[in-house]
Write a protein of this length. Sequence first.
Length: 664
Amino acid sequence: MTTEQKINQLREDLRQHNYNYYVLDAPVISDYEFDVMLKELQVLEEKHPEFYDPNSPTLRVGGQVTKNFETVVHDHRMYSLDNSYSKEDLLDWEKRIKKMVDGEVSYTCELKYDGASISLTYEEGELVRAVTRGDGIQGDNVTTNIKTIKSVPLKLKGDFPPKFDIRGEIVLPYEGFAKMNQERIAAGEEPYMNPRNTASGSLKLQDSSEVAKRPLDCLLYNIIGDRLKIVSQLESLEKAREWGFKVPIESKKVDTIDEVLDFVAYWDEHRHDLPYETDGVVIKVNNIQQQEELGYTAKAPRWAMAYKFKAEQAVTVLREITYQVGRTGAITPVANLEPVLLAGTTVKRASLHNADQIEKLDIREKDTVFVEKGGEIIPKIIGVDFQKRTTDSVPTQYISQCPECHTALIRKEGEAQHYCPNYEGCPPQIIGRIQHYISRKAMDIEGLGGETVALLVNEGLIVNYADLYELKKEQVIPLERMAEKSAENLIAGIEKSKEIPFERVLFALGIRYVGETVAKKLAKHYKNIDAIVTATEEELVNVDEIGIKIAQSVKEFFDSEKNKLLVDRLKQYGVQLEISADKLANQTDTLNGQTFVVSGVFEKISRNELKKMIEDNGGKISSSISSKTSFVVAGANMGPSKLEKASKLEIPIISEDDFLDKIT
Ligand code: AMP
Ligand code: ZN
């Protein structure tokens, strides 16, 4: 085989595996094998730039940076959709249609995916351009970013037309969204507001390797072009699927408006089982010939209609705005509400995000407000009922001092959040840092909870996490709700934390932007804390996945004499500040390519130990069960919904002992 043939073979194989994984959700090789092949191709391509292919699978990792996105005029305009809200609306629509076309009319019902719309152009089976909707007439060329989305095919399969556009929606599935937010929160950053905004924001990121890291997905629903020989909307969905696009299977052909309403009713209830957000149903005239006869109004196709799900909204009164101080000093305004029932739960609080948000919506205490629950966990206020506003209402004055320590707040250029700069003296920051240190994913100190930490700080027994290691049982016993036994447990728990591996200690230190993943990367790369302390910003940036923001923050943290002293003290007490030789030796590849979900309570080892063992042996951990899960390791009290999902997908459920057998 010549090098060129080898390169082409690898590209083709990788394309197929990528399709199996991201479109079909049914991989046939392990992630590890995939990575090995990709690496091989990367090496060959680097050596042989003469075989460059703009649609090579290696380009999916991104890297190209776009400063200004080029404006592109759409060949075919991207229309909006008309909305309907009732059976009557739909019947009216049907009447209008039937006046304009001959013959029977049937419909397809599709889900209305809530993301950012995109138009993809393919020529000779290759993706040549991806453009945002923009104003419908022209949009931004975001091709480099779109290429990093793994479910977007770069080359098509089967019998595709020479040139066509395909329209769809870029979405961020809940699971990936939640994971991104967990990492942000752990790193001391503000969580994203909702999946849709995050998806559309992602398309306009300048650095495509940032986009590549986001678990975005692309769902397609409309083929556009000349002489396509497609006769119905349903057929076009099937064709798109054949050519390699991800086209959700929920779409259904129906013949009457009553059936449309059944579809709407079904999905209004079941949409929360889908992995991504939807906000309604789109009903389309199925026959393409009839679609063409119906044509477009100035704004939308006459042959399609959206039916929005009832937004999960409630009306209530905003009692008071309070302000929380996080462990990094970030201030979050919170709306305290008259309790109200929303999507099955009683809501008492809503996030107000920041000062700009309050000002933009002109939210004031005593206002009657609309509360909505979207993809995010904490509900949000989406507007004010101004008619109900009383005459004595006064505009909200955002606080200028920390509610806890009264230090003047600061707001950095370009940041939405206010901060309390009193790093050393602000109680919630002091307490928050220690609470983070002892938390489950960090030092996991048994016998010590968040409230006790607050108590210890307030009693003046500790001011930082290093002080924990000097606590004596006698000092703790007199505390509220403490007894001899619980005090002993607390001291023993602190003692035991000295065994926690380096990567978690690094996470526990609470360096801004250093979440679990980044801590792991740094620990693996530098092996011990001294190497990190002395690393320059340039060196840090050169570590895989460490960006300038993280590098600066790490540098800043260790530039502080106080922090250096803290680390020295931890070292003296015997906390793990390097990767132990044991651990290095313990790592194997036994579980490469296997993904585990851990559920329930275990006897022999803790959950965290179990997870660590999985990762040390090359396995991956996922928080929810999907067809990609290899095994569920189940302890006592595994959740019933997980159990049901695992058996539905026929994922093997193994015990703690089965697992230990696997790796020994
Ligand atoms: P709207 O933005 O509310 O006017 O709704 C129109 C948008 O819905 C379109 O621009 C698409 O981006 C989006 N959409 C989501 N799912 C579908 C679908 N299945 N068919 C057509 N449009 C859809
Ligand atoms: Zn403060």
